[in-house]
Write a protein that binds this ligand. Structure first.
Ligand code: INV
Ligand code: ZN
Length: 262
């Protein structure tokens, strides 16, 4: 185990891991061991089509902050790549650490990143609601993008400026005309993909994970604003900083991680 992950062992996870998990053989997140991943030439390029007009609000749900999209029509979608069907964007959110040494849920050869973006989509070819899709093995597709500390991300700043309005759990603010494709790396053709689960309860094994090889850069100050958010609602006496909102990594259990690149 690398140094920082041994430190992680002494940290209190955000919530108690359940004793039994339905199935339990395709849980997320995982460490992606690059030399064990298998190049699959049949993986096609991802086709991402996001309409900024479907952006609605930001909500602090006590785990992360969610930027929620109108998913009543097929206006913001992803298809191609490992996906057989078309998937509708419903929200995106992040996971991050208390410092820049860790914070991501996935890792690449044990390398952790300070934060990880999740763009959450559900299979609108097969189901009519997110809540239906979330219990089906081909129900969800989540695109994961690693964040590294570097230059300021101009597109992210509009979101960062809105965060103080959702400091407390259960707060919500209107947020419109945000195109999440600005948060994707230039190259979205290089990714790993594997069959996994939600990383927060109900942990259902419904997710086709698409983990981008290329990261995006955000500034130290931008990530500091993420850490100014709170897990706790305004009424609670003790306020707790929203940091380290990642799940502990899970066993790969014989799964194959495929790569779209050699
Ligand atoms: N970190 S992650 O990308 O894996 C992830 C994505 C979405 C959700 C979610 O929507 N939970 C609420 C929820 C779950 C089931 C429902 F039926 C309704 C709401 C949880 C985790
Ligand atoms: Zn997530």
């Amino acid at each position: 185990l690398s140094a920082c992950s041994s430190k992680l062992a002494f940290m209190h996870p955000m919530w108690q891991e359940p004793l039994a998990i339905p199935g339990g053989d395709r849980q997320s997140p995982i460490d992606i061991v690059v030399r064990k991943s298998v190049f699959d030439p049949q993986l096609r390029p991802l086709k991402v089509q996001y309409d900024p007009r479907t952006c609605q609000q930001i909500w602090n749900n006590g785990y992360s902050f969610l930027v929620e999209y109108d998913d009543t029509t097929d206006k913001s979608t992803v298809k191609g790549g490992p996906l057989e069907d078309q998937f509708r964007l419903c929200q995106f959110h992040f996971h991050w650490g208390e410092n820049n040494a860790w914070g991501s849920e996935h890792s690449i050869d044990r390398r952790l990143f300070p934060a990880e973006l999740h763009l959450v989509h559900w299979n609108s070819d097969k189901y009519s609601l997110f809540e239906e899709a979330v219990i089906e093995e081909n129900g969800l597709a989540v695109i994961a993008v690693f964040l590294k500390i570097g230059k300021r991300h101009e597109g992210l700043q509009k979101l960062v400026d809105a965060l103080p309005a959702v400091r407390h759990k259960d707060s919500l603010v209107e947020f419109t005309k945000f195109d999440p494709s600005c948060l994707l790396p230039e190259n979205i053709d290089d990714y790993w993909t594997y069959a996994g689960s939600l990383t927060t309860p109900p942990l259902t094994e419904a997710v086709t994970w698409i983990v981008m090889k290329r990261h995006i850069e955000v500034s130290h100050d931008q990530l500091a604003v993420f850490r100014s958010l709170l897990f706790t609602s305004a009424e609670e006496q003790v306020q707790r900083s929203m940091v380290n909102n990642f799940r502990v990594q899970q066993a790969v259990k014989g799964r194959t991680v495929r790569s779209s690149f050699t």
